[in-house]
Design a protein around this ligand. Sequence first.
Ligand SMILES: [Zn+2]
Length: 689
Amino acid sequence: MSHDEFPTDHPAVVTCGLPYANGDLHVGHLRTYVGGDALARSLRKLGQETAFVSGSDMHGTPVAVNAWEEGVSPEEFALRHHEKYQETFPKFDIEFDNYGHTREETNVELTQAFVRELDEGGHIYEQEIEVAWDPEADQPLPDRYVEGTCPYCGEHARGDECDEGCGRHLEPGEIEDPTSVVTGNPAEYRTREHEFLRLSDFQDYLGEFIDRLEGTANARNQPREWIEGELQDWCITRDLDWGIEYPGKEELVLYVWVDAPVEYVSSTKAYSERVGQEEFDWEEPWQEEGELVHVIGRDIIQHHTVFWPSMLRGVDYNEPRAVLASGFVNLDGKGFSTSRNRAVWVDDYLEEGFDPDLYRYYIATGSGFQQDIDFSWERFAERVNGELVGTVGNFLYRSLLFAHRNYDGTPDADVSAEVEDRIEDAIEDFRAGVNDYSVRAVGQSAVKLAQFGNEYIQGHEPWNLDDPERADVIRDCVQIAKAVVVLSEPIMPGTAERLWDQLDESGSVHEVGVGAALDAPSETFDAPEEPFKGIDDDRVAELNKRLEAQIAAASGDADADGDGSTDEEAGEASEGSAIEPLADDRIGFEAFGELDVRVGEVEHAEGIEGADDLARLEVDLGVETRQIVAGIKQLHDLDALPGTRVVVLANIEKAELFGVESNGMVLAAGEDADLLTTHADSPPGTKIR
Ligand SMILES: [Zn+2]
């Protein structure tokens, strides 16, 4: 079964993974929320009825452990963070239709109803298991109360997940060499009775589900191994007094991953109740027909592609249509670390006076959603100055200023067919981006159109023309400007709204569909302001200095952990991947000129037998097709490579690898062999200078 393209006739629900109500937010945390918000806005622009919901995850041991360390009740601790999140998201224009939390009555009742129904359906059974126990504190040690070694990969693991190693969910009792977080003592095991969801009941179903699932490829590929292997049953209760009570057993609470995703439903329900069922009927997408799209971090793929769809199936709800799992955000090539204060905090970013849209743009369009992305103040400034100030801002400002000065707004002329076609293409790119679940492609549809606008105004030189030719060109430019504003709204909603007002358009740019890009602009508008401010080198140096000082101040205080969130550990795991310093030795231009670097197009790609990572490529270099050996076998889907534009060093000496002659070198970045390509469509053979 394949899904209908967006927009469909049924309502969509876009959800974002619930943040643990557990610590301050840094800019890395915002990735999934910006992505979710941009996707929800894009869907609406296409005319797709959409609810965008999330909430805080109040339960679970990360909250309980941190509250205990701070000496406050988990309730007080979690509520404080929940309120803070609720306040912070809108500052980045992340506008949920409903943002609740998992302890609200609706969610407690709905979660218990889910569990009862799963039980009645025969999917839950009781079993005695060994759980970690602290003999000194005389208490059970669920999840984050215990640390030890992952039985699958041998890495250090905390409680219910191997967050520094293989990323697996760990069942109670699985962790090896357990140590109590409460006393630091080695933990013992005690026998306790717990409730299990029989996942094997859903094994066949999950195998089909994963084939239908849309979204990012990692969300399909990662769980396949678990689904196709032996699916272990899932312990859904904990010995803990913080959580939602297991129906009929007051000594047990539900595992946090039972009630957390149910909040997606509860939050949609709360939205329906607020706006009225006739405005948005939550039952339609969840129980009848609709499009459920989950936007999450890649560390919780298993929960959203194995546990959650099984629960939904067991209670006869709809299944997710798509799961988008984002890569991590690194800082200067290393992981964010909240405990080392190695982070750009959301509050600090705002206090610096930066427009939230600059970061939204950076994070949404800097890489594909499932790839990791690096944040550095240098790169941030570079992209703001180049793409936003230099391309988008430059075009909007110069064309609107020219229009205002000479025509007091939009000149009285018709849009040319060329420009109309180009805008229609941009709308098509936008639409394709949404259907591809690529917020990056959505953003690029607007930026590329602005790029075209710059070329258009430059090519026609209206300042050297007289009316009516001059009016024709400027009329086209105002139309392009309006289209750029409409198409950039999902990524930069605040800026788009300001520009919309500046163009003296009525209503709000948030309310209009993509078609508005082709509607006639207002006849008159005021002098424009420059939409983006550049960031100079001194400012970057100052920001870096502040960040270094902040990290230095925190060192020596490294265990002041205020956050159990997973980005940190994932980051620490990649801390070895620091960026190499730039080379000091300069080369002359002549030396560079000796390199014959060309655009190529992969025509064929296959693995080389016996070589772990070598692939044999046939690459079209315009004048001839070369056979090139590249160490990319395990890093790329070779079947997907034909048609890909690459960058080739054509005059490197020939080499023979595993008996295969390599006649050229394909350029790639970093350990992951991220293949270099070109920004526009230079044909194979084009020389790179
Ligand atoms: Zn592991």
